[in-house]
Design a binder for this molecule. Sequence first.
Ligand code: T1G
Length: 695
Amino acid sequence: MKDDNTDIVRVETEGEIGLICLSKPPVNAIGVALRKAVHDAHTRLLSDPAINAIVLYGEGRFFSAGADIRDFGKAAVQPTLPEVLKALNDSAKPVITVLHGVAFGGALELALATQARVGIRGLKVALPEVKLGLLPGAGGSQRLPRLVGLAAAIDIICTGREVDDTEAAATGIVDRLVEGAPREAGMEAARDVLAGVLHARQTDAQMITPDPPAVDAARAKLLAKRPLLAAPLKALDAVCASTLPVDQGLAYERTLFMDLMDSPERAGLVHAFFAERATAKIPERASEAREIRSVAVIGGGTMGIGIATAFLLGGFPVQLVEGQSDRVAQARAGVEQNLEGALRRGKLSGATHAAALKNLTCTDALEEVASADLIVEAIFEDMNAKTDLFKKLDAICKPGAMLATNTSYLDVNAIAAATSRANDVIGLHFFSPAHIMRLVEVVVADSTAPEWVTTAFALARKIGKVPVRAGVCDGFIGNRILTQYRKASEYLLLDGADFDQIDAALESFGFAMGPFSVSDLAGLDIARMTRQRKAATRPPEERYSRISDLICDQGWFGRKTGKGYYLYDGSNAPSVNPGATEIAEAERRVLGKDPEQFSDEEIVARCLTAMIAEGARALQEGIALRPADIDAVELFGYGFPRHRGGPMHMADQIGIDTLICRIETYAAEDAHFWQVPQLLRDMQKNGQSFADMNA
Ligand code: T1G
């Protein structure tokens, strides 16, 4: 048979062995075209009398990233992946799959349907469907247990975790683990199968021993998780069906899979997957990023310590400058503690930990940053202090150094203007704890050179962060939305909802902590200082809640003083501080307000609508590039529940008409806070969604 090269699958023969090569950059995603091409190639090799064994392998960085996620929600097109896999499973000639790099989801299911599997060292496999609100939909929940056993399959499928090459070989997911190129490894394995050296068999043929204790334990563990999501529990049900005859199990798996495919959870999680990657599509992406080999962080406080840790974990040499010499040792200790924590959590190996410690230099001498490629300022949020520091950096740093400020809301243009090199100044807004939170707002000032924007994005990715481009304004994207979210919750408190009900409603929605618990954690006194800073410019028509100030007047600053909205006795879960409740009730009486009752749904609706409205304003002002960027900010910087997709994704589910109606209703009580953004009116008129803008 002549070799045949379609553009996404290459078929060739060598002696009695046929080879099918996946070749669909960038990730060999298995969409309609690729699975059809594999199916056709397999069918043709079956009919070739000269061929007695078939090798399936991938070209490029890895075997395949699995089913094409972009196809989700679309009508199924024949041949479906299960149909292709059934033909492979029933193949009259042995098919040997070679897995290299990554084989996730449908890619691993493809391999499990063949008669033997070879892993190339460095391989990672996974059935991560639950992370997308799904479960393995092409036999993974039925075939994996037949290879690794029920308990191991439950763990791998219900968590979606990655399995490295050693574990894949030890558990029997791959029959052998070799070095070298996939094609040659496949040829050798096929020869061994034909010689009876390597055993080829149908995965389906094996039976599973039920394991009720493992199932019960897994179910109890899943039911205790928060937020409680459907996919992992349905995945458990699918795996349990592997004790049935395989055709029944496959049918049951498919039913559960299609149920989840239609769920808002799946839509939210898939949106989050693409939103995280879409942030890279910035106007400056044609500018070549510059190489950063060394980093200096100025400021040995919490943020400076976290940022220094983040770059150390990314493999960079880091100078940490703490201006007060008696605090340098404390700064070093803070970084060492962070690195120790990362080691303990298994986030880095012992070798990486040791290298990071060697890469750290702490000093009180600002002059020592003269040769650094990147300088990140992380001192306290005071414009005079920052402009003074940037003047000094301007005099000290080498020409061509990147000068970044970690300010969370101050005007980056004003900071840049304090130097003679405004085009080298950019904002890199990290989120505390900076070595853990993934979001970095890349704040682009008027004069920032485009190369520094692309450099910032490349750097952020290198240290495992999600960079989002933001324009210059008070609060950039995340903090301006947070301000509105907090105000909406404070107005609900003033109007009659209890703060613990507001927290509970938003935690049921999926936030890890409600706004008042977060305020207690951050420190009520810190928030009061921010309010005092803004007092002079606060519009007179803006409603102001004194409740938090009155709580501060009692010396109750939250968790750090043991009292705030809640009581913290160190051992048990926080409880409501009755003193705070009394203050809220007294303030309502002072305002002559009869307390209103609010349902949990109404509480969530108001807080979410406030976020969406401010997100729309950030879009219309050009501060955010696209709605999905705002979702990425909320998902990776503010704990917005991932399965909800983000506020702008939810806005499309709520509907523009409903959102405008809500805001107009609320405006009857407070026309200043509740104003319909022009963008929503334009979208309503043009019949446009936020998803349309993302496209
Ligand atoms: N489908 C479509 N596009 C994908 C994709 C996929 N499965 N995986 C990646 N991409 C795109 C991604 O959006 C980006 O596009 C580019 O490829 C590079 O990705 C039936 C139903 C494999 C570890 O969950 O984990 O199989 O932004 O930047 O950092 O039961 O991609 O350039 O336009 O992430 O090197 C299960 C998801 C699917 C794997 C590579 N599979 N992908 O990471 O590159 S569900 C997954 C990843 C399924 C079956 C079920 C990672 C990666 P753009 P990237 P990377």
